[in-house]
Design a protein around this ligand. Structure first.
Ligand SMILES: *Cc1c(COP(=O)(O)O)cnc(C)c1O
Length: 457
């Protein structure tokens, strides 16, 4: 534990002088008293909030190794808080001039990470909104044609297609959870596919779709390619990916649109997704008039190129600040944090692989590890996985559970009865750099939880 405690307080003391500095920018105004409120009561409520917030998993701690959750970078948190005193709205320059400029710069840097110099893009509330915009544009350009994505793609694509009134079809995956190009070709031969969504790091297992093969099929059939890199996008900065993932990330700039979630691996508070379009002329599809907003400037108002209206300018401020400190460069500080997660995942996978009580499918492509539990049947193994999940939590280790197709486990022992089509597995997202130093400890707790259960059942 650091001397400050478990919850990182760094930069809290820098917040006050920075606030004074911000206020100095408005000294020309006549003095005005802020509206009064009962500070004693507010302070008491704040304590009550702290108490209520204790009812959470410890996302900030390395023993939380379950879902895609972690706190933002201390600088992102401080910059966001500072922006709160202004509370800018990035819908229009009228609502947030400085934060709109920061958003344009930060988004241009993300686009450059994928090799795009004059892309169109902006921040969104999250990956769902970002994907909605990408598929909305795709549907406008290929009206009446279908959207396809792999069976392991995020469930949001089916729902978004439904919202947009577009047909959605699911493409089978291979045994490693990646879109199967043979199954994709069969769909393309029907002649009605407008857009192929490739997932650059699936949410369940971190599998990376074979984008180079999808692009070869695009040459042959002609369709739009959308890369959903909400989870995995930042791994493009990491050297040491396995070769197929590397090739896929190297091809991402040839997609037509990309979604990436700074609130997942970009160290941002929730409320920060990003959509990018390679061809900036799609801006024309967004064209609309507003009777209220865009009057203070002829420069681009972000609301003119986004579907959401009001949006937190503070998100852009936090992102810009984080990228200023940790630039999006190959093998830079941000990338080395992701690389640590990759090493943690490989370490955990190797330990599980050597342990006869567990069955691992494929090796992880990113920092997500899944594993099944050895048992006489698939339903028994699924029960055990859920029981180990609960027993681990009692010991202070927080994992997750994922229901996966049996096809991911060609190596199931012959004696294991396949009485279900999917198997509940344990899942661990090792997205904090600290995880790599904690795998030994994590494994010891998993071992204890498993041992305890196998004696109990
Ligand atoms: C998280 C995720 C989404 C959804 O994004 P939100 O930010 O949760 O709205 C979409 N696609 C993938 C691959 C994801 O990992």
């Amino acid at each position: 534990m650091s001397e400050d405690g478990l919850l990182d307080r760094r930069l809290l003391e820098r917040l006050l002088p920075a606030l004074v500095r911000l206020e100095d920018g408005f000294v020309a105004l006549p003095a005005a008293e802020p509206a009064p409120f009962d500070e004693v009561a507010a302070g008491a409520v704040l304590d009550e909030v702290a108490d209520r917030l204790r009812d959470n998993y410890p996302y900030f701690h390395p023993l939380y190794a379950g879902q895609m959750l972690k706190p933002p970078h201390p600088l992102a948190r401080a910059a966001y808080a500072l922006a709160m005193w202004i509370n800018p709205n990035n819908h229009a320059l009228d609502g947030g001039r400085a934060s709109s400029a920061l958003e344009k710069e930060a988004v241009a840097e993300i686009a450059r990470m994928f090799g795009w110099e004059d892309a169109l893009g902006h921040l969104c509330g999250g990956g769902t909104m970002a994907n909605l915009e990408a598929l909305w544009v795709a549907g406008r350009l290929h009206p009446g044609k279908a959207i396809v994505a792999s069976a392991q793609s995020h469930y949001t694509h089916r729902r978004i297609s439904d919202v947009l009134g577009l047909e959605y079809r699911s493409i089978a995956t291979d045994a490693r959870g990646r879109m199967d190009p043979v199954a994709l070709r069969a769909q393309l031969e029907r002649g009605d596919v407008g857009t192929v969504v490739t997932t650059m790091g699936t949410t369940a297992t971190g599998s990376v779709d074979p984008l180079p093969e999808v692009l070869r099929l695009r040459d042959e059939f002609g369709f739009r390619v959308h890369a959903d890199a909400a989870y995995g996008g930042y791994f493009t900065l990491v050297s040491g990916l396995e070769p197929e993932a590397r090739e896929a990330f190297d091809a991402i700039g040839r997609a037509d649109s990309i979604v990436i979630d700074p609130h997942k691996h970009g160290l941002q508070p929730y409320g920060c997704g990003c959509v990018l379009f390679r061809d900036p002329s799609v801006a024309a599809l967004y064209r609309h008039d507003s009777p209220y907003t865009y009057f203070s400037s002829d420069d681009l108002h972000l609301g003119e190129i986004s579907l959401e209206c009001s949006r937190a300018g503070a998100s852009a401020v936090a992102l810009w600040a984080t990228q200023r400190l940790l630039p999006l460069v190959r093998d830079g500080a941000l990338a080395s944090g992701l690389h640590a997660g990759l090493r943690a995942a490989r370490d955990l996978h190797a330990r599980l692989d050597a342990d006869a009580r567990f069955i691992t499918p494929f090796a992880p492509q990113l920092d997500i590890v899944v594993w099944a539990v050895e048992a006489p049947s698939v339903s028994h193994a699924s029960q055990l996985a859920r029981a180990i999940f609960a027993a681990a939590e009692k010991r202070g280790l927080y994992l997750a559970v994922a229901e996966l197709p049996l096809a991911f486990f060609p190596n199931l022992p012959p004696a294991m009865r396949a009485d279900r089509e999917t198997i509940a597995c344990l899942r661990s997202v090792l997205m904090k750099p600290e995880h790599v130093a904690w795998i030994e400890r994590i494994y010891a707790l998993l071992d204890q939880a498993t041992t305890e259960l196998r004696f109990a059942l």
